[in-house]
Design a protein around this ligand. Structure first.
Ligand code: ADP
Ligand code: MG
Length: 483
């Protein structure tokens, strides 16, 4: 459905382009050997280069280059054999060099695209570029009443800036784009996608226009670090721009911030132009030259991407596109499913994962990964259901308690005395006993009261304390009654 903003003078179209900053998963920084571990003491992971000491020389981290190339390949993008590191000059207290090493005119990755799905319809979002750059340090303003502090642990960590074309036209498209991008990065392992830690964050560019018009003037909302905030920021910003234009005012291109408490965007500063940064090639770093062979090696190493996995799941396990989509929205979940489905009925596995297990996780408000529930925990339970040792209904009843326990399903149901009776002669015995004890009913049944079938089933189940395998009771009873 087309997303339009209703104004006083008619409808407006929304235009969105995103610049996503993704921290590369790497043990050391982009140009130094300092550790990137999270949560270390402030300023304990800082080499001379990271603190901007004059004369300290940057040395490129090959791992980070490989991660950028892998990401570029997964975004169907052109890998540039020659790229240049530039200095982007600006002052910030947590930027000790006085410039950021980045890429400007010649980035490592060029044009590509990524497909998102909105209401079952696929849309291709253009990728403009992906470039490598250093992260800045952190200013801490909340540690002391009188002083601010600087922590340089993050200074020099490798970032990929992934810039999209202004191809999105609703908050939900922007949300889908970030979800998809994050998922791809996590599948290939180039970024952990942790938005709470700020390892993935987006600058959100928004403008509005009349349908068919040229692009309007955009505002850029900086550093939005949750998918919900991205949607809220876009909604607010679009409305603000429409109201301004309809009042006869002009949109000023500027940098804004999103205030998640008041759900509004506020002006931070006028938008700087690229010439303000006085970009020039970093004299300490030669051009980055890649050879075809290395790129091809990485191409072969690229793990299965979410879309590929989805198609394979549909084909290999005969599951629906809907179910497959749910499974591949997290790599961890798709791996979990694959370990369980091997050698088991995929319909049963799907329903226990996406219905029972997911609703348990939702109630507990944890992700599957956080829950520490291993695949054996589920597969051992499914095996009991599949082999009729317990019924589906029993399994559902004990599910929560079982997941909280630290034993496997066999031990659990044994302890609980829940093992289902699925021994043929035992079931026959139960059935015969019930028939013998209810001669009147039996007579009525035989004279045509078919409905009484349910009565006999109920009696057998009762006699077995609910442990008789219902399917077998059904079959045995049918056989006995037709004699
Ligand atoms: P800058 O660093 O100056 O923000 P970039 O080229 O890195 O410039 O990023 C510009 C971003 O803004 C891109 O994601 C692009 O798609 C988006 N964009 C450009 N023009 C518009 C517009 N009129 N409306 C919305 N987004 C836009
Ligand atoms: Mg920008």
């Amino acid at each position: 459905m087309e997303y339009l903003i209703e104004g006083k003078t008619g409808n407006w179209e929304l235009v969105i382009g995103l610049e996503v900053h993704a921290q590369i998963s790497a043990n050391s920084k982009l140009f130094s050997g300092a550790s990137t571990d999270w949560g270390a003491d402030p300023n304990s992971q800082v080499e001379l280069v990271d603190s901007g000491m004059p004369g300290a020389l940057p040395v490129i981290n090959k791992h980070c280059i490989d991660q950028a190339i892998l990401t570029g390949i997964s975004l169907n993008a052109q890998i540039n054999k020659k790229s240049i590191f530039d200095r982007k000059n600006y002052f910030y207290p947590d930027l000790p060099q006085g410039y950021q090493i980045s890429q400007f005119e010649f980035p490592i990755v060029g044009k590509g695209h990524l497909n998102i799905e909105i209401d079952g319809v696929e849309k291709s979002i253009g990728i403009t570029r992906l470039h490598l750059e250093q992260d800045a340090g952190k200013s801490l303003h909340d540690q002391d009443i009188d002083n601010s502090f600087i922590d340089l642990n993050r200074s020099g960590c490798a970032l990929m800036e992934i810039v999209s074309e202004p191809d999105m036209s609703s908050p939900s498209e922007a949300a889908e784009y970030v979800k998809k991008l994050r998922n791809i990065l996590r599948f290939i392992g180039t970024c952990d996608g942790n938005m709470e830690k700020g390892n993935l964050r987006a600058d959100v560019n928004v403008s509005v226009r009349r349908k068919g018009d040229e692009l309007g003037t955009r505002c850029e909302i900086k550093n939005v670090n949750s998918i919900k905030f991205i949607q809220q920021a876009i909604e607010f910003e679009a409305r603000r721009q429409v109201d301004l234009i309809e009042k006869g005012e002009k949109i000023i291109q500027e940098t804004r911030l999103f205030d998640s408490n008041n759900l509004e965007t506020r002006s931070m500063r006028g938008k700087e132009e690229s010439h303000d940064y006085r970009y020039f090639p970093d004299p300490d770093l030669p051009p980055l030259v890649l050879n075809e062979e290395d790129i091809e090696k990485l191409r072969l190493k690229l793990p299965e991407l979410p879309d590929q996995k989805k198609s394979r799941f549909i084909e290999e396990f005969g599951i629906t596109a809907y179910d497959a989509e749910i499974l591949v929205t997290e790599k961890y979940v798709s791996d979990f499913f694959e370990q369980i489905v091997e050698g088991r009925d995929s319909k049963i596995v799907i329903s226990w994962i996406t219905v029972e297990l997911f609703s348990y996780l939702k109630r507990k408000n944890v992700s599957l990964e956080e829950s520490k529930i291993g695949p054996e925990k589920i597969s051992s339970l499914l095996d009991l259901i599949i082999s009729n040792k317990i019924s589906n209904r029993q399994a559902k009843e004990i599910f929560d308690e079982y997941l909280k326990s630290d034993v496997n399903a066999d031990t659990f149901i044994e302890k609980k005395g829940l093992i289902q009776i699925s021994n043929e002669s035992e079931i026959e015995e139960l059935v015969e006993k019930v028939l013998k004890e209810n001669p009147k009913m039996l007579e009525q049944y035989k004279s045509g009261k078919d409905k009484l079938f349910g009565f006999f089933i109920g009696q057998v189940m009762k006699l077995s304390n609910g442990k008789a395998n219902p399917k077998m009771v059904n079959e045995t009873l049918k056989r006995k009654l037709s004699l």
